[in-house]
Ligand binder design. Sequence first.
Ligand code: NDP
Ligand code: HEM
Length: 481
Amino acid sequence: MSDRPTTTTDAGIPAPSDAHSQSVGPNGPLLLQDHYLIQKMAHFNRERVPERVVHAKGGGAYGVLEITEDVSQYTRASLFQKGARTESLVRFSSVAGELGSADAGRDPRGFAIKFYTDEGNYDLVGNNTPIFFIRDPQKFSDFIHSQKRRADNHLRDNNMQWDFWTLSPESAHQVSLLMTDRGTPASWRHMNGYGSHTFLWYNAAGEKFWVKYHFKTEQGIRNFTAEEADAQDPDVHIRDLYEAIKRGDHPSWTVQVQIMPFEDAADYRFNPFDLTKVWPHADYPPITIGRWTLNRNPENYFAEIEQAAFEPANLVPGIGASPDKMLQGRLFSYPDTHRYRIGPNYLQLPVNRPKAPVHTYNKDGGMAYYNSGDPVYAPNSVGGPVADPALWTGDTYGVAGEIVRSAYTLHREDDDYGQARTLWEKVLSDVDRDHMVHNILIHANAPEVTGDMKPRVVEYWRNVDKDLGDRVARGLGVNGS
Ligand code: NDP
Ligand code: HEM
C-alpha cells in the first residue's frame, strides 16, 4: 500500500483500476455496469465550455490595486480612496484568434480587471488601446465576423477585413494603432491598459465627473516587429506572465485617470463619449492615483481563468456608465454571454464570486450553490434585505430627445481621420512610421486581397495622411497620387 490516495469516482467511491475497463474475460466486450469507465468518458465529453466568442485565447493572474492619492473629490468609490488596497484578477487576451491561436499575432489585446471591492465586484474590461474600431454596437458582430473566418473555406481573410475597415472609416484611428508595432506587444507585461470608454464618477456630495483610465506599464512598452512576432512560440505571452510571477518578478502599472468636469462634455471639441477618440493629454492631463501589481499565479487555469467572467455592467457606487453607445451595448452583452457560456450561476464560482456579502432575491437555476434562503420575495415583512434608495441619485444625468437611429451629433473637431493623423504626424517616430507602413503592406499584400480592394486601402490611408497613403500605394503597386 503506498502513501498515495486511492483514485475515486467523482462521487468519492474508491476505484479499482485506472487502466482496465470491466470486460467479459480478458478479450471480451465491455460492460455497461462499469460506471467508473462511463463516468470518465462522459465527463471527458463535457470538459469544454464554449470558448469566448471573442478574446478566446488568454491568460491571467491575481494582483492588488493600491491608491496613493486622494481623489475623493471625484469619486466616492471605496476602491479609489487613498490608502485602499483591493485584490484583483486580470485576464489578458488576444481578440480574434481561437483558444489555441498564437499569442503574438497582430491584434488588440484584452486587459480585463476584476476588482473584488468591499462594495461588490468592479470590472474594468479594457484593451491595450485607448480607442476602438467602431462607435455603435450595431456593428460589433459584423466587425468581429470580418476578423474571424469565412463561411466557405473557414479561413481568415484580410480582404474582408479591409472591406469592413474601408467601409467603416471610423475604424481608421484604431487600425492605425493596430498597424504600429503596438499591434504585436512583446508581452502582456510590456503594454499599457486602458478603460477606453468614458465613465461617470460621482463623489459623496453627488458631484459628477467624466473619467478615463490609463494603466501605464512600469516595465516599459516593448513590442515585436512583424517578423519577430511571426517567429514566436504560440504561447509566448501566457508563458512569459506565468514565469515572471513565479520567479517573483511582479509586473506593475501606474494607474492614471483623466478627469473631465461634467459640464465640459457638451461642447468639448471632440465628442467625449465617442470610443474612436482619445482625450488629448494637453486637454485633460493624466493624474496618477495609484499602482497596480500582479503577484500571484492562478493554481487552476480552467477554474480561475477560463471560467472568469468580466462584465462592464459591474459598476460600484461612485462609478456609473456614460452615454457611450458602445459601453451601453456592452452592459447587456457580457452577462448574457456568461449565462450561455458558463451558466446562470456563473457569479457563484469562486473566481467570480464577490468578496463582499451577496444578498439577492435571485435564486435556483443550474448549479446553484450559495442559494438564497427565505424570504424568497421582496417586499417582505420578515427581515429580508432591502435596497438603499440613497443610491438612486448617484449615476444619474439628464437626457432628452426623440427616439432615432442616428450617428452621434458632431462636435467641432470630430471626424474619422483627425486623431489618426495626429498619431502619424506628431506621435510616431520615423522608425515607428516605417514599421507601420511595412505592417500595413504585409497585411494588404496577402494573396487573398483583391486588385479592387487595394485602391480602397490606399484611399483609406491617404485620408489619414497623404504621405502615408502614397507610401502604401507604392508598396501595393497602386497608381495615382
Ligand atoms: P500626447 O503627445 O500628449 O500623447 C501621445 C500619447 O501617445 C503618448 O502619451 C503615448 O500614450 C502614446 N504613444 C506614444 N508613442 C506611441 C506609439 N508609438 N504608438 C502609439 N501610441 C503612442 O498627444 P495627445 O494626447 O494629443 O494624443 C495624440 C495621439 O496620441 C492621439 O491622437 C492618439 O492617437 C495617441 N494616443 C493618445 C492617448 C491619449 O490618451 N491621449 C493614449 C495613447 C495614444 P500612452 O503612454 O498612453 O501610450
Ligand atoms: C470579451 C462583446 C467591445 C474588451 C467579449 C465577449 C463578448 C464581448 C461577448 C466574450 C465574453 C466572455 O465570453 O467571457 C463585446 C461587444 C462590444 C465589445 C458587444 C461592443 C459593442 C469591447 C471593447 C473592449 C472590449 C470596446 C475594450 C475596450 C473585451 C475584453 C474581453 C471581451 C477584454 C475579454 C474578457 C475576458 O478576458 O474574459 N466582448 N465587446 N470589448 N471584450 Fe468585448
